[in-house]
Ligand binder design. Sequence first.
Ligand SMILES: Nc1ncnc2c1ncn2[C@@H]1O[C@H](COP(=O)(O)OP(=O)(O)OP(=O)(O)O)[C@@H](O)[C@H]1O
Ligand SMILES: [Mg+2]
Length: 305
Amino acid sequence: MVRNVAPEMAELEPEDFYLLSGVEQGMRFSEWVQKEKIPRFSRLTAEEVEYRIDRCLDRELLERKTIQYEGYTLTFEGYDALALRAFSERDTIQGVGSPLGVGKESDVYEVQSFRPLALKYHREGYTNFREVMKERDYTSDREHVSWLYTARKAAEREHDVLEALYPDVSVPRPIDHNRHAIVMEKIDGVELARSKFEDEQVVPVLDLVLREVGDAYEGGYVHADMSEYNVFVNSEGITIFDWPQAIPTDHQNAAEFLERDVRNIVGYFQRKYPQLVGDVDVPAVADAITEIEFDSVRNHVSDGP
Ligand SMILES: Nc1ncnc2c1ncn2[C@@H]1O[C@H](COP(=O)(O)OP(=O)(O)OP(=O)(O)O)[C@@H](O)[C@H]1O
Ligand SMILES: [Mg+2]
């Protein structure tokens, strides 16, 4: 798990950030940035670099490795600090609060702003990267697997999808994006997986989720990771989260992913409320969605109640 760097931000000085962003720039060329190159990337003197490296190593914002040369790389904490700095410099956020969720591939925190918002740091490539690094000669640039790049791309994609879908689809409103992090509206509610509905609400809620899936399709995207963990429920309705892996509807596998998304959601309701959701014709629901004519699963139940 990546440490929350927010409480340490006040101790960091502008030159510490020059150093971190210098290392970040060097990482475009190789995972471990040669010490001698850091002054050029960071526009600090060699002496200053020396001093800032120690400060950043102490705080675990950087890591050092000496193989053919002495090299430095950002840790996720160092990368988080750079993103946080950018958000606070442009006044997107004023402070970081408590965790809202820890996913397989993200850390989400509540943040203070003009109102409470959510900050999601993407962690794609992280575990992968660690495993890969154990087995590889990490100074060879040709095969360099950059978690930094993977995580940044994921955040960019998620932000783009939210921008495309909000407000036509019930997704968190996107606010800002920097590096591997996005800031969005904070949604109050509980995961669908932890919700319990009255009998008469069950099918209407399922329809609501599928209609949002339909609206997203109309907006050009298939979520491609739909599950009871990526849907939030509150008194105003439902919200669909977690869009980095969404694929455009003109993608060759879009139909397949859409059907899988529908199957996941319908399957969840069927397992949880077997008496209330009948035998749904999933391909027919997916077809109705692609034809922009989905209304209710009731129209696609073969032998239901
Ligand atoms: N905008 C938000 N408002 C409130 N809570 C949020 C928000 N975004 C995310 N969360 C919380 O953080 C959790 C993790 O976020 P998300 O589902 O987007 O990523 P993830 O779970 O890491 O991805 P994966 O499903 O691949 O593991 C969510 O389940 C939710 O509890
Ligand atoms: Mg999730």
